[in-house]
Design a protein around this ligand. Structure first.
Ligand SMILES: NC(=O)C1=CN([C@@H]2O[C@H](COP(=O)(O)OP(=O)(O)OC[C@H]3O[C@@H](n4cnc5c(N)ncnc54)[C@H](O)[C@@H]3O)[C@@H](O)[C@H]2O)C=CC1
Ligand SMILES: O=C(CO)COP(=O)(O)O
Length: 320
């Protein structure tokens, strides 16, 4: 099996480390300095410190070389996916591409698979998503993920190729459900982090996770997703992980909002742009997304955590 991971951030590096247990893997970094530094130090000191790169993993900035392999994983942030595809469209046209990002594109309201198909109509596309911290994967801890692919043949072959000693992949053809579960759980993680940062309590977080899940389902089902997908690893599974662990950057952004502390803008936090994308699309579709709306209010600075919670508590009473 020959796999390349394009994007040498935390997640791309972690996936490459795990996949290197199956055979040779190429990890593409966009800057020569970063590729050289990683090749020499055998470590991604910036994004994944403390993890040694196995011998079977080669880091390069040579895109042509990296894209010779059969399976290509794209580990760049959601809001950068389109420009990445446009920059490299000649090399990626017609290839099997597995997006590893979580989110909804701000300008279009599209998820990763839809963006790939939009830019590269001939590409064969899939999505790898689900509950997994880069650090856990890279350290060989057990992880279960969802491989979403509309085509059963390609899905089965990717599921086989990308399963490793510590990555167990489940497969679905419901690409919309997998895209939206992974995107929306990050918005809920910001909400949950905010509640915890503001000292509003574990009970409030449990309420937000549960009503957040209802909100995720409402939106995803209206977009054509299957309810079982939302209940699986890419939805409920990832919601649980991200809303309860301070290893999550989305949750940590929420903690900072709750504590009125500054947050490092260089950290990749997918839920922020996605919250705006979801609220805009929900308004067009007349879907009620009160928690997502509160998250955009918190991010804008228009709402304090207490005001957001008061707004949610004051909503008309309804059936569960
Ligand atoms: N870190 C984690 O634990 C997990 C991350 N993910 C997802 O993986 C995606 C990437 O996240 P991370 O790797 O953690 O972020 P990161 O911030 O560590 O790395 C992002 C990488 O993308 C590269 N990049 C940015 N713009 C680019 C462009 N236009 N062209 C080429 N490369 C570009 C950066 O140089 C960097 O290497 C996100 O969607 C995230 O939700 C999913 C599961 C776990
Ligand atoms: O997606 C993730 C876990 O499944 C990583 O979460 P963060 O992007 O919030 O760090």
């Amino acid at each position: 099996m020959n796999v390349s991971v394009l994007g040498a951030g935390a997640f791309g590096t972690a996936l490459a480390v795990s996949l290197a247990g199956n055979g040779p893997v190429t990890l593409w970094a966009r800057s020569r300095d970063q590729a050289d530094a990683m090749q020499q130090a055998r470590e991604n000191t910036g994004r994944l410190p403390g993890v040694s790169l196995p011998e079977a993993l080669k880091v390069t900035d040579d895109f042509q070389m990296a894209t010779q392999n059969r399976t290509l994983l794209l580990a760049v942030p959601m809001q950068k996916l389109r420009s990445f595809l446009n920059d490299h469209s000649d090399a990626l046209q017609g290839r099997a591409l597995v997006a590893c990002c979580k989110g909804i594109e701000l300008q279009t309201g599209l998820g990763p698979i839809a963006v790939m198909s939009d830019v590269l109509p001939d590409a064969r596309t899939a999505l790898l998503t689900g509950p997994s911290f880069a650090d856990d994967i890279a350290r060989g801890l057990p992880t279960a993920l969802t491989l979403a692919c509309a085509g059963t043949g390609l899905g089965e072959s990717l599921q086989h190729d990308l399963t490793t000693a510590n990555l167990r992949l489940y497969r679905t053809t419901d690409t919309i459900g997998a895209e939206l579960g992974g995107a929306l759980k990050n918005v809920m993680a910001i909400a949950c982090g905010t509640v915890m940062g503001a000292g509003l309590g574990d009970s409030a977080r449990a309420a937000l996770m549960t009503r957040g899940y209802a909100e995720m389902q409402r939106f995803a089902l209206a977009c054509g997703a299957q309810p079982e997908t939302l209940a699986g690893l890419s939805g409920f599974g990832d919601l649980t992980l991200t809303c309860t662990s301070d290893l999550s950057r989305n949750y940590r952004l929420g903690l900072s909002l709750g504590r009125s502390e500054a947050f490092d803008p260089s950290v990749t936090v997918e839920g922020a742009a996605t919250a705006y994308a979801v609220v805009a699309r929900a308004e067009e579709m007349a879907i009620d997304m009160p928690i997502s709306r509160c998250v955009t209010g918190l991010l804008d600075g228009a709402l304090t955590p207490d005001a957001a919670m008061a707004q949610l508590l004051a909503r008309p009473l309804k059936e569960e």
